[in-house]
Unconditional design. Structure first.
Ligand SMILES: [Zn+2]
Length: 351
């Protein structure tokens, strides 16, 4: 059976045009925010359709994730009413993603860092799931909303309303977003936490080269680490941390392992018959869905290897896989340009 492009599997309420599965939690801080929640819930009821609660679309009672909690900022963790309304578990339901074969290969990396940035003009969301390749599960989460560096407050408010308003998480964004340089500092601290698993593991070395230890980033496409993080570092006035200089593009792994095209996350999930969950283009949800694809690849026997690497922070990345995801290339010529399915060998144009 074909899977719809987005299926909100554990939701009780949905709309054909917009859906608010992550309506903001009651603010731990102010009354005005509670008012916003009431308004937001009222508008949701007016504009949405109640779906019948069949076993298929209501496996368990779904609760929106507390996005204050994912960022370590929930102050209502002992409030029974808050706990009744919002989930505080970052565990990813991976049950439907495990293949029957369980033919897991020996992996080069003990941990994979699933990253899916959001934000076109500047980064707005930085979610990372820590995936343990032996336990085959997500064991930790780092999630921050990011405040733009070079945008006026008015422009930022418009940008956030357009991007996150439809998910109902614009208020939590405003309450929690911090600048990119602070996100990177906190992320590096998080990587340096001591972790148990075959001995004490620290994911970021202290030996000066600042590379990842026994871990690698997994992204859906090359954009996140090839383009966006270097761009944001420039805008934020920091140098590119070496830990971002290599990554695994899950589309390249998918294409080479299954020998099937992998134009995007939703199409890969459709191909693997894994139902997507949450809101597409909410970074924390997209990261969870990428983790589901990752688990299927691992349990089917794929080896996760680095697919792109830079020699230095300023050099262009080298792509290491011969078979790479196809896209239409815009080839500049003297008289204009033309598009091609074939990457022009020897050209300076890169993805
Ligand atoms: Zn909470």
């Amino acid at each position: 059976m074909a899977i719809p492009s987005i299926r909100f599997c554990r939701t009780l309420v949905s709309s054909s045009n917009s859906f608010r599965p992550f309506s903001s939690p009651d603010s731990p801080h102010s009354r005005s925010r509670s008012t916003f929640v009431e308004c937001s819930h009222r508008s949701m009821e007016e504009s949405t359709v109640i779906e019948p609660q069949s076993p298929e679309n209501c496996r368990t009672r779904w609760k929106p994730l507390c996005l204050y909690h994912t960022q370590g900022k929930c102050t209502k963790i002992r409030d029974p009413l808050h706990l009744e309304k919002f989930s505080h578990s970052c565990a990813v339901d991976l049950a439907e993603s495990v293949s029957g074969s369980r033919n897991v290969s020996e992996q080069e990396f003990d941990y994979l860092l699933v990253l899916d940035l959001e934000g076109k003009l500047e980064i707005l969301e930085f979610p990372v799931l820590l995936f343990d390749t032996k336990a085959l599960q997500v064991v930790d989460v780092f999630h921050r909303f990011v405040r733009p560096t070079r945008m006026s407050e008015r422009r930022t408010a418009e940008y956030i309303e357009g991007k996150y308003g439809k998910f109902g998480v614009d208020r939590v964004w405003h309450d929690t977003a911090i600048h990119f340089s602070d996100v990177i500092e906190q992320f590096e601290c998080w990587l340096r936490k001591e972790r148990h698993g075959g001995g004490q593991i620290v994911l970021l070395g202290e030996d000066g080269d600042q590379r990842l230890n026994k871990a690698a980033f997994v992204t859906c496409g090359n954009w996140d680490l090839k383009t966006k993080i270097p761009q944001q570092c420039l805008v934020s006035g920091i140098s590119l941390p070496p830990l971002f200089m290599e990554w695994i593009n899950i589309k390249d792994i998918f294409l080479n392992f299954y020998n099937k095209r992998a134009p995007g996350m939703v199409s890969m999930m459709r191909e693997l018959r894994i139902p997507p969950e949450g809101s597409h283009h909410l970074g924390i949800d997209d990261s969870k869905n990428i983790a589901r694809i990752l688990l299927r690849l691992l349990s089917d026997g794929a080896r996760l290897q680095i697919t792109a690497r830079r020699a230095s922070p300023r050099s262009a990345p080298t792509f290491l896989f011969l078979n790479r995801g196809r896209k239409r290339w815009l080839i500049p010529t003297k008289g204009g340009s033309f598009t091609s399915d074939i990457f022009p060998v020897g050209s300076h144009i890169t993805r």
